[in-house]
Design a binder for this molecule. Structure first.
Ligand code: 13P
Length: 251
């Protein structure tokens, strides 16, 4: 049985005071992590204070990115070793916004995945196609390519424990969520790609999220699907009430 994982991706939003008041509002109110993993993907600036605000609670933290080296002359980057040292458990990598605006390649993302595992954390590895690719009927090949290139040289044990988020770019922040059957079908493509690469045992363990205009009102439709184990949520994760409602809907 795969445990559901609901992760908020705050993107570049909130001040420290706003982040901390969110943490105060959710911390005693999330379902037990025996039932669901509740994760907040905060800007790196707030990870240290949030880690202390949320210590001992069922809320886990994710960074939204990291570099693939642990230390050195890489001005402006964040070290995965330093992130792990804060008690952060997850790092989102390969988000389409990073691929598009910051020119991250599959190879960069693969290096980041390895660095995240080397530091004892878990990647939330994002994949997803553009509207053009979707309309051309090339989604499956596109996703298969991103997964195959992104997982190069990861071990079966690593892939079993990671999280892969399928986020069609055309559904992100547009209010136009993918139909739950499409989400299930493409999350199924992710799973069958993992199966081709690593076998059925690994494919049955890897957790796959859908992301793109997920809200408290529609999350149950996705979670009811066989291949969807959770959601990666932008806009609807920004308010404590809405984040808690997403978690309530899956527990
Ligand atoms: P929205 O939920 O705002 O569409 O964002 C999805 C997303 O990009 C999460 O990573």
């Amino acid at each position: 049985m795969r445990k559901p994982i609901i992760a908020g991706n705050w993107k570049m939003n909130k001040t420290l005071a706003e982040a901390q008041s969110f943490a105060e509002a959710v911390k005693g109110n999330v379902p037990s992590n025996d039932v669901v993993d509740a994760v907040i993907g905060s800007p790196a600036l707030f990870l240290a204070p949030l880690a202390s605000n949320l210590e001992g609670t069922d809320v886990k933290l994710a960074a939204q990115n990291c570099y693939f080296e642990n230390a050195g002359a890489f001005t402006g980057e964040n070290s995965p070793a330093a992130i792990a040292d804060l008690g952060v458990q997850y790092v989102i990598i390969g988000h389409s916004e990073r691929r598009e605006y910051f020119h991250e390649t599959d190879e960069d993302i693969n290096k980041k995945a390895k660095a995240i595992f080397a530091n004892g954390m878990t990647p939330i590895f994002c994949c997803g196609e553009s509207l053009e690719t979707y309309e051309a009927g090339q989604t499956a090949e596109w996703i298969e390519g991103q997964i195959t290139n992104g997982l190069v040289d990861l071990t079966a044990e690593q892939v079993s424990s990671m999280v892969i988020a399928y986020e069609p770019i055309w559904a992100i922040g547009t209010g136009k969520s993918a139909d739950a059957n499409i989400a299930d079908e493409i999350c199924g493509v992710v799973r069958s790609t993992v199966e081709k690469l690593y076998g059925s045992d690994v494919a049955s363990k890897v957790r796959i999220q859908y992301g793109g205009s997920v809200k408290p009102e529609n999350i149950a439709e996705y979670m009811a699907k066989e291949n969807v184990d959770g959601a990666l949520v932008g806009g609807a994760s920004l308010e404590a009430e809405s984040f808690l409602a997403l978690l309530e809907a899956v527990k």
